[in-house]
Design a protein around this ligand. Structure first.
Ligand code: GLC
Length: 753
């Protein structure tokens, strides 16, 4: 502990940039605070070297044999001009790097530069280090984590993913995706936390904490990236990158909160969205990027553009007529790092030399980027090695968590008693395009070695090792089930007690037959192709029909809801998804997940979300169809039952109070299980319209059969606030309903001035 005098003396030396021996301080001195090291380094940088830090390129060397002896020369050759630019200090970060050896080579080229500034290596580590070339731990995708209603799982997933990233020489996760979804056709729902702002915020905050720790200053932290700001989840027709036309009120009430939460939790980078927001492309939005997010919300990190989205200011949005103007508009709006490729460096250099971009804007961007490099310890710790990789990837604790994220994400949508499956089944048939397919992994994951994944077929065989006859009828493609496959399934089903049909989507990143995910949006919410025809054959056979859904976005099928004997929504449960699904069907685990997104009745019923305004359907509904969705946000069944009692809520509170109350939950069934307790409020009469319900708290608990727990909640006062007609946040006096679960318990409270 240093005294006040010592602190004063140290400050004087720091200001003078000399040490106690009168020697010039060096930015290599790791005993200095990162802020000081940034200042020392920037004082030595040329304009070229500063702009270089704002430039990102891609590695893309997955065809290089990194185990051969002349790897560095081969790879440096493959890099072409990029190798020279790194040595000249004209590149600050890389994306699409495939192997730890590649990361080491890139860093070694950077160490040959004049100032030896290390590179940031970034990757889309969305639910594990999934884009890395080697086998890695692949967890359930975000939508499944959201269904678990356990932010702790998301935090640990991010923490473990960060450690696997750093072991392989990566430092920057383009995650979490904290977009709120309001159009279920969007292909990217699997990588989001769903439709509710509060749940998305809590899950996103947890991931930021997991990736960055306190302030990303340990060797197992990475910097995170809250993305994409903003409105991709409400773009026209659910089309990725299409315009988002949404009111300022809805932006503030629904789409902004998760970003505010990530910033409050210290997220160090933000990625703007592809789309325009009400006429202004996100990448050119000075009012949001600088005035709002930095000015009002206090964001203190840096922006990374999304893929070629600065160039698209010209080519797609047509708000400028050249890439040079695009670079100018984006950098002046607040953009700091360009993803990716040539042109940006030269344009920005010319713009600064012509006085069209002030050097202060460049210095601001570069100071943020360098701070991350010092904070992450890259100057002292820029290389990794095979031993570190082998000791860290696929650690037992990571694998255990991967299974747990899958188990906790299971949502039971329907069960007429067929589940859990009996132990003494004579004959089981398992079929469906996802029965033995790595679509379980979801988006942002490479195909893993077979021994790194447990498919549903493998999981079922593990659960029913002997006695039960298991017939497997493979289905080759998701969207085109052949006549021969259909007849084989029909024949097999006739002999079966139960048929398990594993259906849904395929979001695997590099699969040529993927049916969903980035840039593969869905024109229907039904099961893709002729999957329903397969299920009809099974239904007609008389066997019990258990449908397992593997998918990112909701599957809306009235036929399925009416005709399946059971429906298990498994989302994209990751590497051990097949084990978790089989354990759930066999009753080894009791499903406790809840829907993080509404399942509409059909694509024609969009937009469909639970927190709609009171007048959404006050004049009736649809022709010959119910207006109600198939399943609302928050829905999920269990193999046991729970009773809520003793809700004790104060009858009044003041407009600036928090609300504290308790409730008892008892497991009244004959099986242990998890219950997600959901707390909503409804402002019964308000000066502007407010949603019929708004989630303000949740807690997942485990109760043994017969066990009772008392839960205590404190709802922060800000949850009772609304934005009045002048967009001012106020808590109005009046009556509020406290709604527990799906109206399991409702109590009115009077908020008084
Ligand atoms: C994509 C995605 C973004 C991702 C980036 C880099 O376009 O929109 O989420 O991080 O490119 O792969």
């Amino acid at each position: 502990m240093i005294s006040a005098i010592q602190r004063l003396v140290l400050s004087v030396f720091l200001i003078l940039s000399i040490n106690v021996h009168g020697e010039k301080l060096s930015y290599f001195d790791e005993s200095l605070p990162s802020e000081k090291r940034v200042e020392l380094l920037m004082n030595e940088m040329t304009l070229d070297e500063k702009i270089g830090q704002m430039c990102q390129f891609v590695g893309e060397a997955s065809d290089i044999d990194f185990d051969s002896k002349d790897t560095k020369s081969n790879y440096t050759l493959a890099l072409g001009a990029r190798a020279g630019m790194i040595k000249e200090g004209k590149i600050g970060s890389f994306l699409k790097v495939s192997a730890y050896q590649e990361a080491n080579i890139l860093q070694s080229l950077a160490e040959e530069s004049r100032l030896k500034i290390p590179l940031l290596i970034a990757t889309d580590a969305i639910h594990g280090h999934g884009m890395y070339m080697g086998p890695t731990t692949i967890y359930a995708t975000q939508i499944g984590l959201a269904a678990s209603f356990e932010p702790e799982l998301a935090e640990l997933m991010a923490e473990y993913t960060a450690s696997e990233m750093r072991a392989t020489g990566f430092h920057w996760a383009y995650s979490p995706n904290v977009e709120v979804v309001r159009d279920a056709r969007w292909g990217r729902i699997g990588e989001t936390f769903g439709e509710d702002p509060y749940l998305v915020t809590e899950m996103g905050n947890a991931m930021v904490r997991g990736y960055q720790g306190e302030n990303f200053d340990t060797p197992t932290n990475v910097i995170a990236s809250a993305k994409h700001f903003v409105g991709g989840g409400i773009a026209y027709n659910g089309v990725n990158g299409a315009p988002a036309d949404v009111s300022e009120r809805t932006l503030h009430e629904i789409f902004f909160p998760p970003f505010v939460g990530s910033i409050e939790n210290g997220v160090y980078t933000i990625m703007p969205a592809h789309n325009e927001i009400n006429g202004i492309p996100a990448h050119a939005h000075h009012e949001y990027l600088t005035d709002l997010i930095r000015g009002e919300w206090g964001f203190d990190g840096f922006y990374i553009s999304d893929w070629m989205d600065i160039q698209r200011l010209e080519s797609a949005h047509k708000i400028v007529d050249s890439e040079r103007e695009a670079d100018k508009v984006a950098v002046l709006a607040g953009m700091d790092v360009h993803m990716q490729g040539p042109g940006f460096f030269e344009n920005v250099k010319s713009l600064v030399e012509n006085g069209e971009i002030p050097i202060s804007r460049i210095d601001h961007a570069v100071s943020k980027i360098l701070f991350a490099k010092f904070q992450l310890g890259l100057f002292e710790n820029r290389y990794t090695n095979k031993q570190f990789v082998e000791n860290t990837l696929l650690k037992d604790s990571h694998l255990e968590l991967a299974l747990k994220t899958a188990q906790k994400s299971m949502v039971l949508l329907k069960n007429n008693g067929v589940l859990p499956l009996k132990k003494d089944l004579d004959r089981l048939v398992i079929t469906g395009p996802n029965a033995d397919h790595q679509a379980l992994l979801g988006e942002w994951a490479r195909v893993q070695p077979d021994n790194n994944v447990i498919t549903v077929l493998e999981g079922i065989r593990e659960q029913y090792p002997k006695g039960t006859k298991i017939d497997y009828v493979p289905i080759a493609q998701h969207h085109k089930i052949t006549r021969s496959e259909l007849s084989k399934v029909a024949k097999a089903a006739k002999r079966a007690d139960v048929v398990i049909a594993v259906m849904g989507e395929n979001s695997l990143r590099f699969d040529k037959n993927k049916t969903s995910a980035e840039n593969v949006d869905r024109p229907t919410l039904n099961l893709i192709g002729n999957q329903i025809e397969l299920l009809e054959k099974i239904k007609a056979s008389g066997a019990k029909l258990v449908v397992v859904l593997v998918n990112g976005g909701p599957i809306a099928s009235e036929w399925l809801t009416e005709n399946a004997d059971a429906i298990l929504e498994a989302w994209e449960p990751g590497m051990f998804g097949g084990k978790a699904i089989a354990e759930t069907l066999a009753g080894k685990i009791n499903p406790g997940g809840r829907l993080p997104i509404t399942v509409p009745r059909s694509v024609g019923h969009l937009q469909s979300f639970y927190n709609h305004k009171p007048s959404a359907f006050h004049r009736g509904g649809f022709y010959l169809s119910s207006r109600k969705p198939l399943y609302y946000f928050g829905y999920g069944l269990s193999y046991t039952s729970f009773e809520y009692s003793n809700l004790s809520v104060p009858v009044t509170m003041s407009t600036d109070d928090n609300l504290s109350f308790s409730i008892d939950i008892t497991n009244t069934g004959d099986m242990d299980g998890d219950e997600v307790v959901l707390i909503y409020i409804n402002d019964k009469v308000s000066s502007v319209t407010t949603p019929v319900r708004k989630l303000v708290a949740f807690k997942r608990i485990h109760l043994k059969r017969g066990e009772k727990q008392t839960l205590n909640f404190t709802i922060d006062n800000k949850n009772f606030a609304l934005l009045d007609r002048y967009m001012r946040s106020v808590v109005e006096p009046g009556e509020f309903e406290i709604i527990i679960g799906d109206r399991v318990k409702v109590q009115t409270i009077n908020v008084q001035l």
